[in-house]
Design a protein around this ligand. Structure first.
Ligand SMILES: [Zn+2]
Length: 318
């Protein structure tokens, strides 16, 4: 999907920074200006990309400095750049569930995963090699909440709505009612396949419904270009379809691997990151069978890597 990198003016003093192509690690941020202060939604995956984004916002923040940073969730591509925004006058806000995962250990874990001498390391380097995780100092939230939190940003209301656990344990969407704008974090991937790390998948569908219920003129996804409600409906369709197909195969006694291999995804073939189906089906199986040990991020990435590497190999043979 082709779209330009850069700041986008969404009207009513709301902005976004989009990072094409919206693939692994290529996330978006938002800027909401109030009177004399601004709120930033998310930082980026490394310091170089975060610095470039902040530089692009500089004309907007010159007279309305960033006083609040909201991290939509705990994945590194939405908060590893926090140290470039942090300061005594800046409040960093996330849900309690997200904050618990935003630790130095998680930065180390991600860096170690990409250094692995196996298929997971190979896969992560192949998709994220243009990011540099050196120099990152974990900079966690200074304020947390559970449920909903209304902030006053220089005289305007910004609503933080926790919809996680969904994509991750602590997802939050950021709604600006007076501008009819929403920043959804990774509840929405546009162009790429949805990804359910935490789930259950029904909560990802419910998060889509929550967005669809709002009166909106601009929707900023966690990855990919700006979208509208048709984009949300398509994500919801994918999730409902995968949930139904995985359920059916669970009942028939198929393994996760057999289920992943047999679901016809041609309806969604235009999406990049097709390998996420492996993590999404696993999530449905884990939800249906509570005795099944839950797999961690490394194993989930392993399943996605297996799918993508196999697809790449068969593509080469054609
Ligand atoms: Zn992301």
């Amino acid at each position: 999907m082709t779209y330009d990198k850069g700041p986008y003016d969404l009207g009513d003093h709301c902005h976004s920074w989009l990072l094409p192509e919206g693939r692994w690690g290529e996330s978006n941020t938002g800027l909401i200006q109030g009177s004399g202060e601004s709120l930033l939604v998310d930082t980026l995956y490394d310091l170089t990309h975060t610095a470039e984004m902040l530089q692009a916002y500089a004309p907007l923040t010159q007279h309305h400095p960033i006083r609040t940073l909201v991290n939509t969730h705990s994945d590194g591509d939405h908060w590893f750049g926090n140290q470039l925004v942090a300061g005594p006058e800046v409040q960093i806000v996330a849900s309690q569930a997200a904050a618990e995962l935003m630790t130095e250990a998680s930065v180390q874990e991600m860096a170690a995963m990409s250094d692995r001498e196996d298929r997971v390391g190979e896969f992560i380097r192949s998709v994220g090699g243009h990011f540099d995780l050196s120099g990152i100092i974990a900079t966690p939230p200074t304020r947390t909440f559970t449920g909903e939190l209304n902030l006053d940003v220089g005289g305007r209301e910004v609503r933080l709505i926790q919809v996680g656990p969904a994509h991750t344990p602590g997802d939050v969407i950021v709604h600006v009612p007076d501008a009819r704008v929403i920043y959804t974090g990774d509840i929405l991937f546009i162009g790429g396949a949805p990804l359910v790390w935490a789930g259950p998948i029904a909560r990802c569908i419910a998060a889509c419904d929550r967005i669809l219920d709002l009166d909106l003129k601009a929707i900023v996804p966690g990855h990919g270009p700006l979208t509208d409600k048709t984009g949300v409906v398509r994500v919801r369709d994918y999730l409902e379809y995968v949930a139904a197909e995985a359920n059916k195969r669970f009942e028939e006694g198929l393994t996760v691997e057999e289920a992943v291999a047999s679901i016809d995804m041609s309806r969604f073939a235009d999406m990049s990151e097709q390998g996420r189906i492996a993590a999404n089906v696993l999530n449905v199986y884990e939800d249906l069978d509570s005795s099944r040990p839950r797999e961690g991020r490394l194993q989930q990435f392993g399943r996605i890597a297996d799918f993508e590497l196999a697809a790449a190999a068969s593509g080469k043979e054609d």
